[in-house]
Every structure is written in structure tokens, then in C-alpha cells.
Design a protein around this ligand. Structure first.
Ligand code: NAG
Ligand code: NAG
Ligand code: NAG
Ligand code: NAG
Length: 935
């Protein structure tokens, strides 16, 4: 969410503002059941003289010192309390299990038996199913699944989710993630807002999520208590039945049976911008609000402890009632060390405040979430009271606000080197938790070791040695760290979650962890420059640049991407020569190396540069800081309209006039193979402006080749989400402007659209709106007798009209590239494997629709290469050429870029092609700027 246009600002700011207010968790915790032995209390010898009331007080006082954890006999259980009686036992044979043992390095090949919601046994059970049945009294219904050597991991745990509290599609009636009744609300419980109809439950399960920590949002310093849920459907269909390990307080306000060991509780805290902005507070106000709350809780704890020391010493006279407070009991439990506190906190100054707070009031912190600057201050983090908190972060999602500006993609590896526990989390629906494993893949790409990368989203519960764990397992179609890894089956509480999973064949190589490039230098620079290392490219001064050991060369062709060269094997790797940004020789070249710059691609590749579209890349630096942005257009449909002096109703705005070069997201994208972007003015409503194509690597607008095409297409939007008039009014406006343009500068451009000279690019998601647009296109063509070029962007539901779009010659840019039912008009997505056979990409391509992939927020631009790879891998059987076209030539063509071969740079990758995790982008060959940049 975020988006090219201003309408998204109010909308997305509100929703995102809400969504961003989140925080985190600890995996381990719920699933690991670190059992701590109960404090032994000597029975007092006065027992026979106690009244029942006194006995209750004593039992309550003793309970204050119990440490949370599972019951003593937890590992003796034979049936899970979440077992659904109709579930048959399953035997998974020939599995390759990542066990989590030995620091995440143990892989065990064998069989797993699950029954009664639990893992019953792990070993080599061979084919003697009969004796297995007998040994485990399995009955006749045992289901045997041959995993055929597939990878199996424990179910993924999302340490930070708002699933069901901010449910999807987002509707005003279910935005329950944050209460704004006060800055400190430890008495609220996320379970009270759990919408059991969230569309994302099934989607996230399809990505392997089996447990999620549901945190209140971060709009408050203390937003409330968090709960762990399993996202599967339960027989009871209630919110409570989804909760895992409910603490004793779910059914009552205070412990009902104090003799039971308490379960871990969870609580959300937040510092920095979010609680501040919600209450017009400064950071000083927020930390004071914490201190005041903790002071209250500590005083109550002290009163309770004094009360109990009197009671335990049988000084009953005048003792009165046990000091208790419905509002503060949860925070008292925090100070008693019985709550996993999950703190949303980004910056050094904020960690510092919390570290002081935790030491003043002596409470441990389970994890810092988002924690953009944690990698810069590991020693500070280690000063937190109690055990060192885990750090729960995003892989590459950063810079969307000031306090996230210094986050680094190298943070996971740097934190791990500092012996801090790293968790990847989704903040769902900020990021779609279906793709949590993709976060781990990125962390791995940037240097987090393999053993830790898998472990950062699965509990190290050691399935090989412990046979009473919940039967939450994922069978994968590839190594989980390979791009595109997709579950073949997901078990929750022993119940298979995918009814008829669709599988895409993966190459054998995908069963191994991919090799990844070396980023040691970059990681070091990230720390040295406190998150802002220099990113500007270095142009090569010598004229010929020679690339040796080239595996393949792709280039923009007449109708997509064509392959210019492909080596048969490692003995026939080729050579490529570039002079002044032009390829002068490809394949076998005899060169005088003496005056050339030589770059060894190590079986790498040269491909068309990727083209970014869909976000305000080039118009803003920091999404939530308006002073870093070009700003938004006047909305002609608002009451005020466009002032006459600014052009009135006939005004037309060019994005080219607002371009900002060398934003960090642009430079990071450039270093990841995105060489140009197309951006439209940020518009609050239906009326957009003229798009521009620009070079992502250029230093400023006046550099030759910086602006690649001053005007690409005319951009509009038709959406239910837009503020202002109805969809039918938006269509009426579009029809009117195409049939009878308003006098003024815009007229010329509407005429060019009608004459088919530039495309009309319309953002629309709903199939109903897209259908209306197809009809409108025909109507206009009929009226003018000319072909109108139309491209639909966004297009979440476009697959429902694949045939009609193909027949109408309307192309589609899917942004987001991986679909998600974020809003009502996005809801009918085609999710792709394992849920459906087709993806939107394959369904549209089947009907000859030209498809491109886009993004929504500027930080995503750098991930384009991986997005293209994901789309190609999940769409099955796509050629390299077609895959590259999805992210390059198709996007440019659909948006009106002409003369592609001079406007699309070429990208050289070392160690593999652009779409693999094993390669690194090392150079850009730019015909428009007549240079080769070394990265
Ligand atoms: C665990 O693995 C990491 C990364 O491979 C390594 O740096 C660390 O030393 C290991 N820890 C132990 C206790 O072996
Ligand atoms: C809460 O009450 C329900 C209904 O009586 C019961 O089924 C459930 O086990 C109770 N949960 C806890 C944690 O006590
Ligand atoms: C991390 O832990 C390892 C193994 O226990 C130890 O050798 C190393 O010094 C630690 N590194 C830091 C930065 O604390
Ligand atoms: C798509 O195009 C190909 C090649 O032009 C053609 O053979 C095929 O029939 C088309 N398919 C559809 C569904 O239009």
C-alpha cells in the first residue's frame, strides 16, 4: 500500500498509519515452552487453622511467584488440547527435515508420524506400516504421504502480525487494531478484536504460517495485550478457539485457579513516531507516559508483595483485601517478569529510553520490533534489563518514514554476528505474511547464514528429538530459502490445510540452498556510515569495457526480450564489449585488453535493465515526510478545483517537472538492476497527469539521458477507494474528457490519447470497473474511428477478464505483483499455487494479454528482480525471455515508452542471471547516457 497517487495519501496514510502501529514477538516462546520449575513453597504448619478465605489468599500469594510455562507433564501429553477428533493420523515418509537442532544445522532424512494433533514419532519407519499401526494404536485410517525427499520445516511463526485485528479486505467496520482512548492501555486484549472472517488466514497458511502473534497496533505507548493464534479454521469457529496457550486470564479477570502455572502473556509497547503522532506527543511525553504507568504498576506490586508477606506470616489482623486493579494487573505481571513484552522501536534514542525504563523498573523485553537501527547499537540493546531482546525486522522494507531511514538490508547478518537473535516478521497486513519465507530468503541473500535464516521464522523446536510438539509442519516444493519456495502441504494441529494443492515443477537445483554473493564490504560500509553508505555509481572512464565469462545475453527486441547469446556450457562462456554504452560485440570477440576495463562475470549474464512503475519513485524520498515529496496535484473534482492561475480545469501536470534524482531508493534500485522508472504525478483523485520515463542512475535532470522520455502516457484512476465522487462519476469525467476535452493545455493530450499516440493508463482494481473501462474504450474508438491504447494498472481482479482484455488489446500492469485482497475492490485475487493452478500472470498471458509487473511503495523498487523471479517461478514453465519482459520491456511498452533499445539500459550480473539469488549486479551499460557504470 502506498502508491503512485495522492489518493493513497489520505487513505493509505490512515490505513498504513494504523497498520504500521505494530510490533512483535517471540517465537520461541509460545512453542518452546521453556519449562521453569515452580518455586517450592513449604506448606505452613498453621494450615488447619486457616479459614477458606485465608487459604484462598495464601494460594493467591504463592501464585504470584510462579514462573510462566507449560505444565510439568507437558511432554507426556498424548493428545493435543486442540485436536479435532475427525483428523486421521498421517505418516510423512522420505522427508528431509530441518530440525532446528545444532544451531539450525541439523537435517534429518526420514519419516514423521503425526496423530492427535501431535508429532508422535520421527525415525525410519520403513514400509512396515502394519507394525507402526499397532505400536501407536493408529487404527485403519492412517494416511501415508510420500514426501519424496521434499524439505520439511516446522510451521512458520509470525512474530508480529495484525491479522484479524486489521483484517482483509480492509473495511471501516473492522479496523480494530488500535484504541485511541489513551496512550497507555495495558488492559486491552487483541483477542477481543479477532475477526474470524479475515481473508488472509487461508492465504497465509498457504505460505506456511501456522502461528501468529497478534499484537495491538503501535498508536499507543502501551497498546494492550497480544495473543498467539493458529490461523486455521476450528470446529467451534470462535476467536477463543484459535488462541494458542491462552494465559489464565482469558476466562477471568484474575487467576481463577492460582495453583495452575501461568502461561506466558504477551504485551505490545511502542515508542518513537507512532504513539507520538497519534497523541501529538513528543518522544519525551511518550517515555514519561511509560514511566508513570510502570510506577503505578510497581507500586501496586509492592503493595501486593507487602500484603502477601503479612499473609504468609499469618499476620491477618487488619489485612483487608488483596490489592488488585483490573486495569493494572497485566502491567504488574510485566514487572513480575511474566509477560513477553514486544516493543515497536526504531531508533537509537528510542532503544535508549526503553533500556533505561527496563532497568529502572526491572522488567525484561522479549523483542524489539522494526528496530531499524538495532544493528548500529548492539551494545545498547544488550544493556536491556534481563536477557538480551530478540530483534524482529523486515528484510528490505525501509525508509518509509524518518525513523526507518537508516535500516539496512545487512541488519540481519550484522545482528547475528553480534549474537543477537534475529526474527523476520510480517507486520501483516503491512507485509503479506504469506510471504514471510521470502523475507528470510532476502535476509539470506544479504548474508544471514543459512542455518539462522531458516531459524528466523521457525521455532527451533527440534522435531527430531521431541515427539510431543504440536503437529505444525510445512512440506516445501524446494529448499525453503530458494526464491519462490511454496508449500506442498501445511499441517496445523495435524490437520492438512491444503485440500488440493497445486504444484509447480521446480528445477532440481532448487532443492539446494542457493549460493549467494559476498556482501562483506557493503555490510561493513552500512555500519561505518550509520546506515547511509554512499551509493552513487562510478562511471568507467576508459572507452571499451569488456565483460568476460558471460553465460547469456538478453536485449530488448521487437516484441519483448530476445536472447542474443547463450553459452552451451562453462567451456563456451562468451565475451561482450561495450563502448560508450553500446554493445559492439557479443559472443566471440577479439579485443585488445590493454586499454579496456575488464569485468569477469563468472558465468553471469547481461539483461535489459528493469523498469519500475507504480510507486512515487523519483517524486519522493521518505513516504511519510511530505517535505521530501513533490506533493500532490490539485483535485479538479474537489470543491476548490484547480485555481485558474494554475491552469484551471484544463490544466495538465507533467511528472517530469517534479522529478527528484538520487533518492536512496532510486540508487538502491539501480544497484539491483532497475535502470529506469516511469512515474505519474501524485494525484488525490481520478485526474492524474503525464507520466515520465527517467534514468534511475542519473545525478540530476540536466545530465544527458537523465530524462528518457519527457511524456510517456496520460494517467488516470477509477477506484471505489478514491475520495470524492462515485465510480460512475469518475467514468463520466473520463468519457467527457475523451469525447469533448476541456479547453486548455490538457486538450492536446486527450487528443493524442484518442488518436492512439500515447496510452491512456488507468489504475483500476475491480473487475467491474475494468469491464466498464473496456466498454468505454470501444465507445471512444467508435466515436473517433481510431484505436485507443489503454493500459490497466493495479489490476488485482484483471484475471477475471483475461479473455476480454486479450480481445480488446488492453495490457495490464499488476501492482502489487503478488496479489493480496487489501481492499474490497482488490478482493477477488487469483492467489496462484498452492491454492490455484494459475497466477494472474499466467491466466492473463494465456489470453495474449501483455503483462508487466509493478510495485506500490518506493522501497520495493530494488526487489523487482526477485518479484519477477517469483512471478515466473509460480507461473510455471515461463521462458527467461518472457520473465525478463515482465519486469522490463512490457512495462515500458505498456506505459508508452518508445524506442526501447535506446531507452532501456543493460545490466551485467556476476555469478548468475538477474533473476537468481546467486548473482550480484556489477555494471550498467547505458546507451542513453553513453557510459558504463560500475556498481
Ligand atoms: C551458530 O551459527 C552461526 C552462523 O552460522 C555462527 O556464527 C555461530 O557461531 C553458531 N553458534 C554456535 C553456538 O555454534
Ligand atoms: C474458558 O471457558 C471455556 C468455556 O467454559 C472453556 O471451554 C475453556 O477451556 C476455558 N479456557 C480456559 C483457558 O480456562
Ligand atoms: C558471539 O558468540 C561467540 C560464541 O559464543 C563468541 O565467540 C563471540 O565472541 C561472540 N561475539 C560477540 C560480538 O559477542
Ligand atoms: C495468442 O496468440 C497466438 C499467437 O499469435 C495465437 O496462436 C493464439 O490463438 C492466441 N490465443 C488467444 C487465446 O487469443
Amino acid at each position: 500500500m502506498g502508491q503512485d497517487s495522492a489518493f493513497w495519501r489520505p487513505q493509505s496514510q490512515r490505513i498504513r498509519g494504523n497498520l504500521r502501529k505494530f510490533s512483535i514477538v517471540t517465537l520461541s516462546l509460545a512453542l518452546l515452552y521453556i519449562y521453569s520449575s515452580r518455586t517450592a513453597w513449604s506448606q505452613n504448619s498453621y494450615a488447619q487453622f486457616e479459614s477458606p478465605a485465608q487459604a484462598a489468599i495464601l494460594s493467591r500469594c504463592r501464585a504470584l511467584h510462579l514462573q510462566p510455562g507449560p505444565p510439568d507433564n507437558f511432554h507426556e501429553r498424548t493428545v493435543s488440547d486442540r485436536f479435532e477428533p475427525q483428523t486421521p493420523p498421517h505418516l510423512i515418509t522420505n522427508a528431509k527435515m530441518w530440525t532446528g537442532r545444532n544451531n539450525g544445522t541439523e537435517v534429518f532424512a526420514g519419516d514423521i508420524l503425526i496423530d492427535k494433533g501431535l508429532i508422535k514419532g520421527v525415525g525410519h519407519f520403513g514400509s512396515d506400516v502394519a507394525s507402526l499401526r499397532q505400536k501407536y494404536s493408529l487404527g485403519s485410517e492412517l494416511v501415508v504421504i510420500d514426501a519424496n525427499n521434499a524439505w520439511v520445516t516446522p510451521g512458520l511463526v509470525d512474530a508480529h502480525s495484525h491479522m484479524a485485528d486489521y483484517s482483509s479486505p480492509a473495511l471501516d467496520g473492522a479496523m480494530d487494531g488500535n484504541s485511541y482512548k489513551g496512550i497507555v492501555l495495558p488492559w486491552l486484549r487483541s483477542i477481543d478484536a479477532l475477526n474470524t472472517h479475515d481473508d488472509s488466514f487461508a492465504l497465509s497458511i498457504a505460505g506456511g504460517i501456522t502461528t501468529a502473534v497478534i499484537l495491538p497496533g503501535s498508536g499507543n505507548a502501551i497498546g494492550g495485550q497480544a495473543f498467539l493464534i493458529k490461523p486455521r479454521k476450528t470446529t467451534e469457529r470462535s476467536a477463543t478457539s484459535m488462541v494458542l496457550e491462552p494465559p489464565y486470564t482469558v476466562n477471568s479477570s484474575f487467576p481463577a485457579d492460582p495453583s495452575r502455572p501461568p502461561r506466558w502473556r504477551h504485551m505490545k509497547h511502542a515508542c518513537g513516531e507512532n504513539p507520538g503522532s497519534s497523541y501529538s506527543n513528543t518522544r519525551m511525553d511518550t517515555i514519561y507516559a511509560f514511566r508513570e504507568a510502570y510506577n503505578t504498576a510497581s507500586q501496586l506490586k509492592k503493595q501486593q508483595d507487602e500484603y502477601c508477606s503479612n499473609a504468609l506470616a499469618h499476620r491477618w489482623d487488619g489485612l483487608g483485601e488483596f490489592p488488585e486493579s483490573l486495569q493494572w494487573e497485566a502491567l504488574v505481571d510485566v514487572v513480575r517478569g511474566r509477560v513477553k513484552v514486544q516493543i515497536h522501536c526504531y531508533e537509537a534514542v528510542d532503544f535508549d529510553g526503553i533500556v533505561r525504563l527496563s532497568n529502572e523498573f526491572k522488567f525484561p523485553v522479549s523483542a524489539f520490533h522494526h528496530a531499524a537501527e538495532a544493528y548500529l547499537v548492539p551494545d545498547l540493546i544488550k544493556k536491556t534489563y534481563g536477557p538480551t531482546p530478540a530483534i524482529a525486522i523486515f528484510a528490505a522494507n525501509a525508509r518509509y518514514k524518518r525513523e526507518a531511514y537508516r535500516h539496512s538490508e545487512f541488519a540481519p547478518r550484522i545482528l547475528a554476528e553480534q549474537n543477537l537473535t534475529v526474527l523476520m516478521k510480517s507486520d501483516h497486513p503491512v507485509m503479506n505474511s504469506r510471504y514471510l519465507m521470502y523475507e528470510a530468503q532476502q535476509a539470506y541473500f544479504y548474508g544471514l547464514p543459512e542455518n539462522l535464516a531458516v531459524g528466523c521464522i521457525v521455532p527451533a523446536q527440534s522435531i527430531a528429538s521431541v515427539t510431543s510438539w504440536d503437529a505444525d509442519l510445512v512440506l516445501w516444493d524446494s529448499h525453503p530459502l530458494a526464491l519462490g519456495a511454496t508449500p506442498l502441504q501445511v499441517f496445523i494441529d495435524g490437520i492438512p490445510q491444503l485440500e488440493t494443492p497445486h504444484v509447480v515443477e521446480k528445477p532440481d537445483a532448487f532443492q539446494q540452498a542457493p549460493s549467494v554473493p559476498n556482501f562483506d564490504k557493503e555490510a561493513k560500509a552500512a555500519v561505518e556510515y550509520e546506515g547511509l553508505p554512499p551509493l552513487e555509481p562510478t562511471p568507467v572512464k576508459t572507452r571499451p569495457v569488456v565483460f568476460v565469462n558471460v553465460l547469456s545475453v538478453f536485449a530488448p527486441g521487437a516484441d519483448g526480450v530476445e536472447e542474443l547469446f547463450s553459452a552451451q556450457d562453462s567451456n563456451t562462456l562468451g565475451t561482450v564489449v561495450a563502448v560508450d554504452g553500446q554493445l559492439t560485440c557479443v559472443g566471440v570477440c577479439s579485443v585488445d585488453f590493454a586499454d579496456a576495463t575488464v569485468i569477469d562475470l563468472e558465468a553471469g549474464s547481461i539483461s535489459p535493465g528493469l523498469v519500475s512503475f507504480g510507486s512515487p519513485l523519483g517524486l519522493e524520498h521518505i513516504q511519510s515526510e511530505p517535505s521530501t515529496s513533490d506533493g500532490t496535484l490539485f483535485d479538479p473534482l474537489s470543491g476548490a478545483g484547480v485555481p485558474e492561475i494554475a491552469g484551471g480545469d484544463g490544466a495538465i501536470i507533467r511528472a517530469a517537472d517534479g522529478l527528484q534524482f538520487q533518492t536512496r531508493d532510486a540508487l538502491l534500485a539501480y544497484r539491483a538492476g532497475v535502470t529506469s522508472a516511469i512515474v505519474a504525478p501524485l494525484a488525490p483523485g481520478v485526474f492524474g497527469g503525464l507520466g515520465v520515463s527517467f534514468s534511475v542512475g542519473a545525478a540530476h535532470k540536466l545530465q544527458p539521458g537523465a530524462v528518457l522520455q519527457e511524456v510517456t502516457g496520460l494517467h488516470m484512476k477509477v477506484m471505489q477507494l478514491l475520495p470524492g465522487p462515485s465510480v460512475s462519476t469518475q467514468i463520466a469525467l473520463l468519457r467527457r474528457l475523451l469525447l469533448r476535452p476541456v479547453d486548455g493545455p490538457s486538450k492536446e493530450w486527450f487528443e493524442k490519447v484518442v488518436n492512439g499516440e500515447i496510452p491512456l493508463v488507468v489504475e483500476a482494481h475491480s473487475a467491474d470497473i475494468i469491464a466498464t473501462l473496456i466498454r468505454l474504450k470501444k465507445e471512444i474508438e467508435h466515436a473517433h474511428g481510431k484505436n485507443l491504447k489503454m493500459t490497466i494498472t493495479g489490476a488485482s481482479e484483471a484475471h477475471l477478464l483475461a479473455e476480454e482484455l486479450g480481445a480488446a488489446g488492453v495490457g495490464v500492469i499488476l501492482n502489487p505483483a503478488r496479489p493480496f485482497p487489501l481492499f474490497w475492490e482488490f478482493r477477488r485475487i487469483l492467489p496462484g499455487p498452492p491454492i490455484t493452478e494459475h497466477t494472474a500472470v499466467s491466466a492473463l498471458m494465456m489470453h495474449n494479454v501483455t503483462v508487466g509487473l509493478g510495485i506500490m511503495e518506493i522501497w520495493e523498487a530494488r526487489n523487482t528482480r526477485f518479484e519477477v523471479a517469483w512471478a515466473a517461478l509460480s507461473s510455471g514453465g515461463m521462458s527467461k525471455k518472457d520473465a525478463l519482459a515482465l519486469g522490463s520491456t512490457n512495462v515500458a511498452r505498456l506505459l508508452g515508452v518508445k524506442a526501447l533499445s535506446s531507452r532501456i539500459d543493460m545490466v551485467a550480473t556476476q555469478g548468475g542471471d538477474l533473476l537468481t539469488l546467486s548473482s550480484k549486479v556489477v555494471a550498467v551499460i547505458s546507451p542513453s547516457r553513453r557510459l558504463v557504470d560500475i556498481l
